[in-house]
Write a protein that binds this ligand. Structure first.
Ligand SMILES: Cc1cc2nc3c(=O)[nH]c(=O)nc-3n(C[C@H](O)[C@H](O)[C@H](O)COP(=O)(O)OP(=O)(O)OC[C@H]3O[C@@H](n4cnc5c(N)ncnc54)[C@H](O)[C@@H]3O)c2cc1C
Length: 472
C-alpha cells in the first residue's frame, strides 16, 4: 500500500511535539496535526501561565512578610495588568520553542486543523486524506466539568480562561483542592484576593500527608480558607456573585468560581468510537508500550489512562519515537516517576509515598526523615519549613517526599537511586557544595547507613587495628 506519510501525529502538545519532532529528526515523513494552539495545555493554559502567576504571587508574599533577615520590604502593590502581562510574556517567550516554524525545520509537515481518524491507517484533515502505517494520538485532556446543579447558569472559570482574567477577583471560590486548586489558591491569595477552597477529602490526596500538612498550615496562615464538603449546587446572586452550597449545607459566596476538579481525557469526536478503539474510565486504554487496542495506533500523554504531567507526555513521546523510528519495543517504567506541586513550600514526590510503601513492604520499610531545620542553608535563609522523607527497603530507595523551598529541584539524586544508577552509599559519600539544600539528601542517605557504618563489625575492626598500632 502507498502511504502519504510514515507517521501521523494528532495533537501538538508536549506529547505530540516530542513524538513528531523525534520521528522527523530520524528522517520519517511525519505529519503533525494541531487543531488549536501549538504547545497545547502546558504552554497555553497550564504549567507555564500557572508557574508565571506563582512567581508574581511569591514576590507579593515576600514583600508582605514580616521583617526577614533584618530587612523589611515595602508593602506590595499588585498591579493586575502587570501580573497579566507577566503571565502572557512568559507564554510568548516560550512559544517559538513549540512553533510551527521550529517543527517544520525539524522536518514535520505541520497541519493546523482538526483531525479525524477515518480508517485504521487513515486520518482526514482539512479535506485531505493522509495515510500512514503508524498513527499517534496525543489529543490531551480538558478540564473536567462536574454535573453540579446550577453550574450552567453561572460564569465559571477553568484553567482555560483563568489566565485571561483582566481584573483581579475579589473573592475566588475554588472547587477542588488538588494540585491545580492548591497552586491557584495560594497564588490568588498572595496577590490579594480572598480565597476559599471547597474540598470533600484531604487536599492533594495523592501526596505525602506530612508534606501536605505543612503546606495547608502555611496557606491557612496566609489566609486561604478551607471548607470541607462536596459542592452540591451553585447559584448566581443578583449582584453577580456566585454561591456554592456544600453537601453539609454550608453556603460559600464569592465573586468568581474556579473549577479545579480534575481532567477529562479528550476521546470524543475524532473517530475513536467509529474505529472501536477501547476506552478506559478516563482515557484511551493502552498497554505499557502505549499501544491502543489497535496495535499500530498509539496513544500518549493526557488522552490515555494514566498520569497527566508534561514530563510524562514528553517521556511517552520519546518512547514511541524509539518504537516507531528504530523498531525498539519500549515499555514505560513509572517506578521513578516524579511530580511536584509548586506551592510554597513546594511538595515534591518521587516513587512511592510512605503510605504506598508501607502497604507494600509493611515492617520491612525503613523511613528516614530529615528536617530543613537542620539544613544550614535553610537556617541561614530563615526558611526551615519542611523535610525530606526517604522510603527505603533495606538500603534501597523506593520513594521520597520532599517539602520545602525548591523541593522539586532536589529530586534528581533520588531518581537515580530508585533507578539503580547510584546507591544510597554513593549519595551519602558524595561531596556536595556547602551550604546547599542538596545536603539534605546526603544527610538522609548517611542516616540510612549510620547504624551499619558505626555498627558492631566496623567497631570490632577499628578496635583490632588500634590494638595492632599500639603494639608497634
Ligand atoms: C493549570 C495546570 C497546570 C499544570 N501544571 C503542570 C506542571 O507544573 N507540571 C506538569 O508536569 N504538568 C502540569 N500540568 C499538566 C500538563 O499541562 C499536561 O499533562 C500536558 O500539557 C499534557 O500534554 P499533552 O500533549 O498530552 O496534551 P495537550 O497539551 O492537551 O495537547 C493536546 C493537543 O491536541 C490538540 N488536539 C486535540 N484533538 C485534536 C484533533 N482532533 N485534531 C488536532 N488537534 C487536536 C489540542 O488542541 C491540544 O493542543 C498542568 C495542567 C494544568 C491544567
Amino acid at each position: 500500500m502507498e502511504y502519504s506519510h510514515d507517521v501521523i501525529v494528532i495533537g501538538g502538545g508536549a506529547a505530540g511535539l516530542t513524538a513528531a519532532g523525534g520521528c522527523a529528526l530520524f528522517g520519517l515523513k511525519t505529519a503533525l496535526i494541531e487543531g488549536h494552539k501549538m504547545g497545547g495545555e502546558c504552554l497555553n493554559n497550564g504549567c507555564v501561565p500557572s508557574k508565571a502567576l506563582i512567581a508574581s504571587a511569591k514576590r507579593a508574599a515576600e514583600a508582605r512578610e514580616e521583617k526577614r533577615a533584618g530587612v523589611q520590604l515595602a508593602a506590595p502593590v499588585v498591579d493586575w495588568s502587570g501580573v497579566h502581562k507577566h503571565v502572557h510574556d512568559a507564554i510568548a517567550h516560550i512559544e517559538p520553542h513549540d512553533s510551527v516554524e521550529r517543527f517544520e525545520e525539524m522536518g514535520c509537515e505541520v497541519i493546523q486543523d482538526w483531525a479525524k481518524i477515518t480508517g485504521p491507517r487513515e486520518v482526514t484533515v482539512g479535506g485531505r486524506k493522509l495515510t500512514a502505517p503508524r498513527i499517534v494520538i496525543a489529543t490531551g485532556s480538558g478540564p473536567f466539568v462536574p454535573p453540579i446543579p446550577g453550574l450552567d447558569d453561572v460564569d465559571y472559570l477553568t484553567n482555560e480562561n483563568l489566565f485571561d482574567l483582566t481584573d483581579q477577583p475579589e473573592h475566588l471560590v475554588i472547587i477542588g483542592g488538588g494540585v491545580i486548586g492548591m497552586e491557584m489558591a495560594q497564588s490568588f491569595r498572595r496577590l490579594g484576593s480572598e480565597v476559599t477552597v471547597i474540598e470533600p477529602g484531604e487536599p492533594m490526596g495523592r501526596d505525602d500527608r506530612d508534606s501536605v500538612a505543612v503546606v495547608v498550615d502555611v496557606m491557612k496562615r496566609e489566609g486561604v480558607r478551607f471548607v470541607k464538603g462536596k459542592a452540591d449546587k451553585v447559584a448566581k446572586g443578583a449582584d453577580g456573585s456566585v454561591t456554592v452550597t456544600t453537601d453539609r449545607g454550608e453556603d460559600v459566596t464569592g465573586s468568581h468560581l474556579l473549577l479545579a476538579v480534575g481532567r477529562k481525557a479528550r476521546t470524543e469526536g475524532y473517530g475513536l468510537e467509529e474505529l472501536g478503539i477501547e476506552l478506559g474510565r478516563n482515557g484511551i486504554k493502552v498497554d505499557d508500550r502505549r499501544r491502543t487496542s489497535i496495535k499500530h495506533i498509539y496513544a500518549i500523554g493526557d488522552c490515555r489512562e494514566g498520569p497527566r504531567l508534561t514530563h510524562v507526555s514528553g517521556y511517552e513521546g520519546s518512547n514511541v519515537v524509539l518504537e516507531i523510528a528504530l523498531g525498539l519495543p519500549t515499555k514505560v517504567d513509572f517506578k521513578a516517576l516524579p511530580w511536584c506541586t509548586y506551592t510554597e513550600p513546594e511538595v515534591a514526590q518521587i516513587g512511592m509515598t510512605e503510605t504506598e510503601a508501607r502497604e507494600k513492604f509493611g515492617d520491612k520499610l525503613n523511613v528516614v526523615k530529615e528536617g530543613f531545620d537542620h539544613n544550614e542553608r535553610a537556617i541561614a535563609e530563615g526558611l526551615t519549613e519542611g523535610h525530606l522523607k526517604v522510603m527505603l527497603k533495606g538500603k534501597k530507595v523506593v520513594g521520597a517526599s520532599i517539602c520545602g523551598v525548591n523541593a522539586g529541584e532536589l529530586l534528581l539524586p533520588l531518581t537515580q537511586s530508585i533507578t539503580g544508577k547510584s546507591g544510597t552509599f554513593d549519595m551519602g559519600g558524595a561531596i556536595i557544595s556547602y551550604p546547599t539544600r542538596s545536603e539534605i539528601t546526603k544527610a538522609a542517605a548517611f542516616a540510612a547507613w549510620e547504624p551499619t557504618v558505626f555498627g558492631a563489625w566496623p567497631k570490632r575492626w577499628v578496635a583490632f587495628l588500634a590494638k595492632i598500632r599500639r603494639m608497634f
